[in-house]
Design a protein around this ligand. Structure first.
Ligand code: ACO
Length: 329
């Protein structure tokens, strides 16, 4: 069996709703600018909820929906670019919280494409005999926001999504790519070399990605926009080709929720009607790798998916990374 079956999904978003009008009290912006350029109307910001707390709530919900206990989980992959700690990894912390003592646990960072990369890794392990894989995608993007930079701080939000996946004999195919040559378009730096031993730490020879931005997100919005439209069209087309289906045969496409204009432009470029695309970016903004599993959880909760529906999941993000997976619900 080389398909994957999403047996259950779950999500957590902080209760703290921050509207565009609220953002306009922090930076010089307006509801009109943000909603017209991005489709975002509000987002959730953590009021102290940690990344692992949000991920563990989402994980428990996914396990309940899948009727799987912690002990039955073989592997946990956590995707995050906003972890609480360098170590222990997020997956191990979630393991402790949910009592998944039989699992091995590791984190995967492909920024906003993380969930799709993790799904593909999980599919390989399931095809080799694992029974239940938990993917937890949790992001506290607000930690990385520069609230003096209006071109980035209005775009992001916090949230976590999770799924329990099993093997199936249904359709599955993927298309995953990276473009590290353009890594500089979207950067959030980690720790700098310590001054004590570093005599030449600001030499660009050693760090051409240094943007002098602290750990805040630095983005060339126009570059990322152009990349995203092209990458999403290429990836969903590639995954469908690998599955030997036409994009028109997909019942629903769930894209990474960065910006409604990017989603609409990619749909137009790929000849896909917006009726076939799920978007919730207006409520949450960009929650990086958590976006797609949160969409899945909302769709499952609303009873909008039937078993056998053909789904296309497609994303892009820092790295630059991009990819798509097609599967049967
Ligand atoms: N409010 C009001 N004005 C603003 C704001 C704001 N929040 N932000 C920027 N502006 C201003 C700019 O300063 C500029 O003013 P100027 O012309 O006087 O210099 C003007 O608006 C136009 O700015 P642009 O950057 O040209 O606006 P654009 O139409 O390109 O939209 C945006 C910017 C929304 C960021 C767009 O480029 C975009 O969506 N890019 C992709 C971003 C994205 O998807 N990132 C996600 C990647 S993160 C991830 O998923 C890993």
């Amino acid at each position: 069996m080389s398909g994957v079956f999403i047996a259950g999904s779950g999500m957590y978003v902080p209760s703290n709703i921050v509207t565009n009008d609220d953002m306009s009290k922090i930076v010089e912006t307006s509801d009109e600018w943000i909603s017209q350029r991005t489709g975002i109307r509000e987002r959730r910001f953590s009021q102290g909820e940690s990344n692992y707390f949000m991920g563990s709530v989402a994980a428990r919900q996914a396990m309940d929906a899948a009727e799987v206990t912690g002990k039955e989980i073989d592997m946990i992959i956590a995707t995050t670019c906003t972890p609480d700690y360098f170590y222990p990894n997020l997956a191990c912390i979630v393991q402790g919280e949910i009592g998944a003592g039989n699992a091995f646990c590791w984190d995967l960072n492909a920024a906003c494409t993380g969930f799709i990369y993790a799904l593909d890794v999980a599919q390989h392990y399931l095809a080799m005999g694992k029974k239940n894989v938990l993917i937890v995608s949790s992001e506290v993007m607000s930690k990385q926001l520069d609230f003096t930079d209006r071109s980035t701080c209005v775009l992001f939000g916090d949230g976590a999504g999770a799924v329990v996946i099993k093997a199936s004999d249904g359709m599955y195919a993927s298309y995953l790519k990276s473009d590290g040559g353009n890594a500089k378009s979207l950067v959030s730096r980690a720790l700098k070399t310590q001054g004590m031993f570093a005599t030449d730490k600001d030499n660009p020879k050693y760090n051409k990605y240094e943007e002098n931005s602290g750990h805040f997100i630095k983005m060339d919005g126009k570059d990322v926009y152009r990349f995203a439209v092209k990458a999403m069209t290429e990836a969903i087309g590639g995954a469908c080709k690998n599955a030997e289906i036409d994009v028109s045969q997909l019942d629903l496409i769930i894209p990474h929720q960065a910006n409604l204009r990017i989603i609409e432009a990619a749909a137009k470029r790929g000849g896909v009607s917006m009726d076939k695309i799920y978007a919730n970016v207006s409520k949450y903004g960009n929650m990086s790798s958590a976006c797609i599993p949160i969409c899945l959880s909302e769709l499952q909760e609303a009873g909008r998916l039937k078993r056998g529906d053909k789904l296309g999941l497609v994303g892009f993000g820092a790295g630059l990374t991009y990819g798509a997976a097609v599967l049967e619900w």
